[in-house]
Design a protein around this ligand. Structure first.
Ligand code: FAD
Length: 425
């Protein structure tokens, strides 16, 4: 894609959050009740767009938290560049504007035969179709010593909330000249560029507040998302701060010791003043407990409707699902929420499911006026797998001007406002 074409493309998707990826279907009389588990980017979008597709469908959204805290943009909170409160999202609009029954509780059981779900407080909900969007869970035990106690010393901050604030406090308390370590996970995981955007944001803070400090990324992988663009940005802004160690160069952390603030790779041990461990991941616990996962730890689905290939009438979207070539991102979850809502509305009305298209853009802000992105449009191939549309999207050009980088940082922020509005309001 030429730079100009790409710029226009980004402008369109950054500004409008692709309402077009939701195939509108004819309004029809409703026969159904849909329960949605998980009010994140995937679940909230699916619930809202189901009601937009057919206001006769009864939709119940069950979410364990009373408000949503967005992971997108949480790295800017770590840098002190954004207030934490700007990540907080209310569920009010979903109920008042869209007529969704929002229930705050934790789903503990799904019975795909009786077609009901149960919450920890003993509530029971019947469904005709169920949409499950529980996000990810960690593979506890994959890194020796990293357990529920260790997260209070070496925060993951991979679920935005108290962990984000803890990591920020630790960075503030660290003295100038300290060492920050980020332990980056193996694929697949939530937000492929996230650890590297985080490194950039933390380095920005260090550069301006604690310039003698260093940041070490110990990676499980040899390659990462937007690598060329990140490395270019790091060389420009943080040449003496960030060091990245690839998995094959002994970057894989297999053990941590919180008491001595040490992490261990195969051959070395590294001590840090602040250590951010992002562990290996799998589908959220309720998906695993309900038997919706395969041996990969993720949920196989029919990629046209997101209906589970294991349990009928149960759809899985967002990070927990296996969605072909789509990454695990908020934007992907939002796009899948729309596709799934349209499919579920069609199925409940006895209509044919329309041919879907899907979209994703992942922005990363390396410095306040320096943004980069990767974008793609997706379709189903002949085998029913989600694949990228050739020639659509692409990476920010390596030779972009400072003005273009500044525009991309601006688009990142407008994308955030738009996706929150599109998913939750
Ligand atoms: C640091 C960071 C930065 C990121 N930046 C970006 C970005 O810039 N752009 C982007 O597109 N993506 C970004 N992401 C990724 C994005 O956050 C996820 O991909 C997205 O949130 C996935 O949506 P989801 O609906 O699958 O899951 P989630 O948003 O995680 O939502 C899952 C919801 O389900 C609820 N839940 C789980 N189990 C239960 C249960 N048993 N009962 C009731 N409720 C339950 C949870 O409380 C949660 O609210 C980032 C992630 C991180 C960590």
């Amino acid at each position: 894609m030429s730079n100009m074409t790409r710029r226009n493309f980004i402008k369109v998707i950054g500004g409008a959050t692709v309402a077009a990826s939701f195939p509108m279907i004819a309004q029809g009389s409703s026969k159904g009740r849909v329960v949605v588990i998980g009010g994140g980017y995937g679940g909230a979008t699916a619930a809202k767009y189901l009601r937009l597709a057919d206001s006769g469908i009864q939709v119940t959204l069950i979410e364990k938290s009373s408000e949503y805290v967005s992971c997108p943009m949480s790295n800017e909170v770590l840098a002190g560049e954004r207030p934490f409160d700007s990540l907080r999202v209310s569920y009010n609009s979903l109920s008042t504007r869209h007529g969704i029954e929002v229930v705050h509780g934790e789903v503990t059981d799904i019975d795909p035969v009786r077609k009901n779900v149960q919450t920890a407080s003993g509530q029971d909900f019947q469904y005709d179709r169920l949409i499950v969007s529980p996000g990810v869970d960690f593979r506890w035990g994959a890194i020796e010593g990293y357990d529920q106690q260790a997260v209070e010393v070496m925060p993951h901050a991979w679920f935005a909330g108290p962990q984000t604030l803890l990591l920020r406090r630790q960075l503030e308390a660290m003295s100038d000249g300290g060492v920050v370590i980020i332990v980056a996970p193996p694929n697949p995981f939530k937000c492929p560029p996230g650890p590297y955007e985080r490194a950039s944001q933390i380095a920005h803070y260090l550069k301006h507040q604690k310039p003698k400090s260093k940041l070490l990324i110990l990676d499980h992988k040899d390659k990462f998302s937007k690598q060329g663009l990140f490395k270019q940005g790091w060389a420009q802004f943080y040449p003496d701060i960030i060091t990245w160690v690839a998995g094959s160069s002994d970057g894989k952390v297999n053990m941590v010791e919180p008491s001595s603030m040490t992490v261990f790779t195969e051959f070395e041990e590294h001590q840090g003043d602040v250590i951010n461990v992002i562990p290996p991941q799998q589908a959220g616990e309720i998906a695993r407990r309900a038997g919706l996962t395969d041996k990969s730890g993720w949920c196989p689905v029919d990629q046209k409707t997101f209906e589970s290939t294991i349990h009928n009438d149960v759809h899985v979207i967002g990070d927990a699902s296996i969605a072909g070539k789509m990454p695990k991102s908020g934007y992907a979850a939002n796009s899948q929420g729309k596709v799934c809502a349209a499919a579920v509305a069609a199925l409940l009305n006895g209509n044919a499911v329309a041919e879907p298209s899907y979209v994703n853009t992942c922005y990363s802000v390396i410095a306040p006026k320096h943004g980069i992105s990767v974008a793609a449009v997706y379709q189903l191939n002949d085998e029913g797998k989600i694949v990228g549309v050739k020639g659509a999207g692409g990476l920010s050009p390596m030779d972009a001007s400072p003005w273009e980088r500044e525009m991309e940082a601006m688009h990142a922020h407008s994308w955030f406002d738009n996706i929150i509005s599109d998913s939750f309001q």
